[in-house]
Write a protein that binds this ligand. Structure first.
Ligand code: HEC
Ligand code: HEC
Ligand code: HEC
Ligand code: HEC
Length: 136
């Protein structure tokens, strides 16, 4: 084989491996701490009666991820946030099938538990009226 052809083949293999590595990292894409989620969110329950706006990024600038995010151990006990942890939607765990506690098994209750409680503690800056979070 000519030297030129050999170099060309090696180059092709190199490019191919780059493409392959790229597609593999997409396939294995997990939600980790490097994934900070959407900057702005509209949160709503399945019933979608009263949607709420949530400036996620603005909150990330003032609070640690673990202030709001946590996980669950195999035996259903709350597990604190650790860097790089996969972050799931709240209702993945806070639903009636997964959780017996009637105060924690729907989105409205846990959202009010998290959002409203902190806003009350910061009422000088954070909105506490319904319309401060809920949009029409
Ligand atoms: C003030 C509370 C709060 C803070 C602080 C916060 N988050 Fe969130 N985050 C939320 C809420 C609420 C959601 C929406 C969850 C849902 O839709 O069930 C969310 C959603 C996400 C999602 C998308 C999850 C999905 O599957 O849709 C990611 C990723 C995420 N957050 C990462 C982070 C990271 C990383 C940090 C820290 C840098 C952080 N968040 C800080 C409250 C917070
Ligand atoms: C992987 C499962 C899981 C996810 C996802 C999850 N939680 Fe929880 N959460 C738990 C468990 C387990 C508890 C403790 C339940 C108990 O004590 O009965 C808990 C407790 C809570 C509590 C009660 C107060 C406390 O800190 O113990 C609030 C409020 C709460 N979660 C809000 C949220 C919000 C908001 C989200 C989404 C941003 C979320 N959770 C996502 C599993 C989860
Ligand atoms: C740990 C405390 C904390 C939690 C939890 C929290 N907030 Fe806030 N929030 C604040 C503070 C403090 C401000 C005022 C921020 C500022 O003006 O810099 C604020 C501001 C806001 C604002 C007004 C933003 C603006 O641009 O004026 C909205 C809307 C809001 N929060 C919605 C939510 C929702 C919805 C949740 C729950 C998913 C939530 N917050 C959870 C502390 C919190
Ligand atoms: C700090 C933010 C915040 C404030 C203040 C707040 N809420 Fe909410 N509320 C939420 C979030 C987040 C949810 C869950 C997502 C959604 O359905 O909007 C929610 C859910 C609800 C739901 C369930 C909607 C459904 O589709 O099932 C009702 C009803 C509700 N809130 C009423 C109120 C009322 C009434 C007030 C004032 C007394 C109020 N909220 C104040 C954040 C807030």
């Amino acid at each position: 084989m000519q030297k030129k052809t050999l170099i060309l083949i090696q180059l092709l293999i190199f490019i191919l491996s780059l493409v392959l590595a790229g597609s593999m990292s997409i396939a294995g894409d997990k939600k980790t701490a490097s994934d900070t989620g959407p900057d702005e969110m509209i949160l709503k329950t399945a019933a979608a009666i009263k949607a709420a706006k949530f400036p996620h990024k603005k909150h990330q600038e003032s609070f640690e991820c673990g202030e709001c995010h946590h996980s669950e151990s195999d035996d259903g006990i709350k597990y604190p946030y650790v860097d790089g942890m996969e972050i799931k939607k709240c209702v993945v765990c806070h639903n009636k099938d997964n959780m017996d506690n009637p105060k924690l098994n729907n989105f409205k209750l846990i959202a009010h538990g998290l959002c409203k409680e902190c806003h009350k503690r910061n009422k000088d800056k954070a909105p506490t009226k319904c319309s401060g979070c809920h949009i029409k």
